[in-house]
Design a protein around this ligand. Structure first.
Ligand code: CA
Ligand code: CA
Length: 318
């Protein structure tokens, strides 16, 4: 079905599957200041893409880079610097195919820039031949090229993008970031790993960092060595499991956000990230905030994940 909404005086028509209409209605009813919704920040032609979330609009200088709102692509090597991560090349190629040479509309709620690289933070919309616009971020999420990357200032589509990301994840389509052996089979393929995230610490999260934690559970019958595996969030915050890390069959590996000694029992090990501030964003229905944690194997394949709050196939309130 189709639904229409009016943002900043411009009619926006989005083709969406039926259930998404409810998602949009939820966002519209969030009670946040209507004047703070996305408005057009002008038009430009995309000249190149740096990676799957960063096009160059108007020119090819570093200052022409724009950071897309609400999505996070795997990194790619720039000018021989850095490494191309698993799926970095695929996401870059897809964004390039969608955008290079095309005139796009840039929108945002805030005129601001992102914290990394000082790039303008904008949502890109491609004018459709028959009228209306195509939300480029939605395409990247639906096709499984990017992670959900919620933003407090640019909250308008947080929930919608969350739903799209989780649906793509549930589909686990071949070649997407949700394809768990795309960048190499194993190690411990089919191990039956799952994540639980305790994102809301008792009391003030700031004062209780170790009650923010992530649990990797091994539901399989063989132990899984985790050295070199990583836990990361929707930004680029990453914990790497140390040498010797291991989760026994039926056991757990727990990562607490604050500081402390590594402790081992027969059924599991507890690690500490050593962060000085909360890392697991609390869910907020008013702005669609939440986040995700993702378990990556040493090749960069996503082997388990959990986003919050739950928005797709929910069996509990979390
Ligand atoms: Ca792998
Ligand atoms: Ca928290």
């Amino acid at each position: 079905m189709k639904f229409s909404a009016r943002y900043g005086g411009a009619a926006l028509r989005i083709t969406a599957v039926t259930a998404l209409a409810g998602v949009a209605a939820t966002a519209a009813a969030s009670g946040a200041d209507a004047a703070a919704r996305q408005v057009s920040r002008g038009y430009g032609t995309v000249r190149a893409v740096a990676d799957g979330d960063t096009p160059y609009v108007g020119g090819k200088r570093l200052s022409d880079r724009v950071r897309l709102i609400g999505v996070q692509a795997a990194e790619t090597s720039h000018g021989g610097r850095g490494k191309t991560w698993c799926h970095g090349g695929e996401a870059k190629k897809r964004l390039g195919a969608l955008l290079i040479g095309k005139r796009v509309q840039l929108r945002s709620q805030s005129p601001g820039r992102d914290g990394q690289g000082n790039r303008p933070l904008r949502a890109l919309y491609l004018p459709r031949k028959g009228g209306g616009y195509m939300d480029v971020q939605q395409v990247m999420l639906q096709e499984g090229h990017v992670l959900w990357h919620p933003d407090k200032r640019e909250w308008q589509n947080n929930r919608l993008y969350h739903v799209l990301a989780d649906r793509a994840a549930a589909a686990r389509a071949r070649g997407t970031i949700w394809d768990d052996d795309w960048c190499g089979a194993g190690p411990s393929q089919g191990a039956g790993l799952s994540l639980y995230v305790h994102w809301d610490a008792q009391g003030q999260d700031e004062d209780n960092l170790n009650d923010e934690y992530v649990v990797v559970t091994n539901e399989g019958t063989a132990g899984v060595p985790l050295a070199g595996w990583r836990l990361r969030d929707g930004s680029l915050n990453t914990f790497t499991f140390p040498s010797g890390a291991y989760v026994p069959p039926g056991g757990t590996a727990t990562l607490r956000i604050g500081s402390g000694e590594t402790t081992r029992t027969a059924t599991g090990t507890t690690y500490h990230w050593g962060q000085r501030h909360p890392m697991l964003a609390n869910a907020d229905p008013a702005n669609g905030m939440g986040d995700g944690m993702y378990l990556l194997d040493p090749q960069g394949d996503f082997r388990a994940w959990r986003t919050w709050p739950c928005v797709v196939s929910c069996t509990t309130s979390r």
